[in-house]
Design a protein around this ligand. Structure first.
Ligand code: NAI
Ligand code: MG
Length: 372
């Protein structure tokens, strides 16, 4: 029996190609793992009315970790029109598998390392090495949304939130509400994950990202909880910054930042910004981490226009595989993957179109595998 069971979820479009590339690297490492394919993505929505079938959910309950490529998703109405005719009109609603996966398995950490590998022509500046910890289950993504707003809710709002009464007096279909829901537990545990990481990886500072001066209830609590955790880590420097300000400062002086911790939405935004500073979608990798399961993926989508061409950059997915190795405790193998990837980037000979080259997806993977 293999030491690890890994769910292998390629998904749609280029997801399939970058996962094939990551597998070349993992196979060359001879990780003692069994990779079990899981169905996920658009094809299953169209055929079965579920992009994340129950058998795949079962599989995730039985593995040590998962690798996920990318999926195509479309707005609710467009999704319904592509359903198999036998499934239409049954009230099936398309929901993003990755969001469901995060909530179902309580994958509360979204970890996004953004490192400028030397020699990458796409680096905004050299030396950037930022790690974003994004809360992954609550905040504006909690799914508490109303459009139109139910009468009961508008009545409560009219009663309770006097300063905002004007909107509550509008006809209910003239406004919409998406609730930002944050909990003490959710805020505390993402902060703790960031500080533990900082301590274990000899990082110097954790910056708490928020907008507590304006969004006082939720971000105020997030900031307070994170600061309380910070006091338990006197060996790590701490500061905090407004999310808008940090977007400016990150660009101006990225060297000032080390580990960032943020609620869900701000974390989503700053991690895309930080990923773009180190090469963009071909480099952005992400781990969705819970206590018993973690799912690793490139941050990009299925890029339908490149599907089947084997020309996109597999490095984000290969670095996601490196994160998986770390999570499994295979640190030495993880370091080998990172060093081999860094070598290929530095040499600049085998690179995909986004880096100015003409290498194919699997050529990059083979070049990395050869340098392990
Ligand atoms: P996308 O990330 O798929 O691609 C946007 C563009 O970025 C591509 O056309 C390409 O120019 C570039 N790109 C993406 N990955 C690249 C790579 N590895 N190497 C080089 N260039 C790369 O975003 P888009 O086109 O907005 O969405 C396509 C589909 O993917 C949509 O259905 C969307 O909903 C879905 N999506 C899925 C995600 C996921 O599975 N986690 C995340 C983002 C989008
Ligand atoms: Mg995003």
């Amino acid at each position: 029996m293999s030491r690890y069971k890994i769910a292998w979820l390629p998904g749609d479009g280029i997801g399939v190609e970058v996962m094939e590339a990551a597998r070349i690297v993992l196979d060359a490492l001879q990780l003692d793992a069994e990779y079990i394919h899981g169905d996920i993505g658009w094809e299953f929505w169209c055929k079965e009315g579920d992009a994340f079938p129950a058998r795949t959910i079962d599989l995730l309950g039985k593995v040590n970790a998962a690798m996920f490529g990318a999926i195509t998703s479309k707005p609710v109405k467009a999704a319904e029109s592509e359903l198999d005719s036998s499934l239409r009109g049954k009230g099936l609603v398309y929901r993003s598998p990755i969001v469901r996966m995060r909530q179902m398995f309580d994958l509360y950490i979204c970890l996004r390392p953004c490192k400028a590998y030397a020699g990458n022509p796409l680096n905004f500046k050299e030396g950037i090495d930022i790690v974003v910890f994004r809360e992954n289950t609550e905040d504006l993504y909690a799914g508490v949304e109303f459009n139109p707003v139910p009468v009961e809710l508008s009545e409560v709002l009219t009663r309770l939130s006097r300063p905002f009464a004007p909107f509550a007096r509008l006809p209910n279909e003239h406004y919409a509400i998406s609730c930002k829901v944050n909990t003490m537990k959710g805020s505390e545990r993402i902060a703790r994950a960031a500080f533990e990481f900082a301590r274990n990886h000899k990082r110097r500072k954790v910056t708490i990202v928020h907008k507590a001066n304006v969004v006082r209830a939720t971000d105020g609590m997030f900031l307070e909880e994170a600061k309380r955790v910070a006091r338990e880590y006197p060996d790590i420097a701490t500061d905090d910054a407004n999310v808008d300000a940090i977007c400016m400062w990150l660009l101006k002086n990225p060297a000032n930042y080390d580990v960032l911790v943020a609620p869900n939405l701000y974390g989503d935004i700053i991690s895309d910004l930080a990923a773009q500073m180190v090469g963009g979608l071909g480099f952005g990798c992400s781990g969705n981490i819970g206590t018993s399961l973690a799912v690793f993926e490139p941050s990009h989508g299925s890029a339908p226009k490149y599907a089947g061409l084997y020309k996109v950059n597999p490095i984000a997915t290969i670095l996601a595989a490196k994160m998986m190795l770390d999570w499994l405790g295979e640190t030495e193998k993880g370091l080998r993957v990172e060093a081999a990837t860094a070598a290929v980037i530095r040499e600049g000979k085998v690179c995909t179109y986004d880096m100015g080259g003409s290498a194919k997806t699997l050529d990059v993977a083979r070049a990395i595998a050869e340098r392990l």
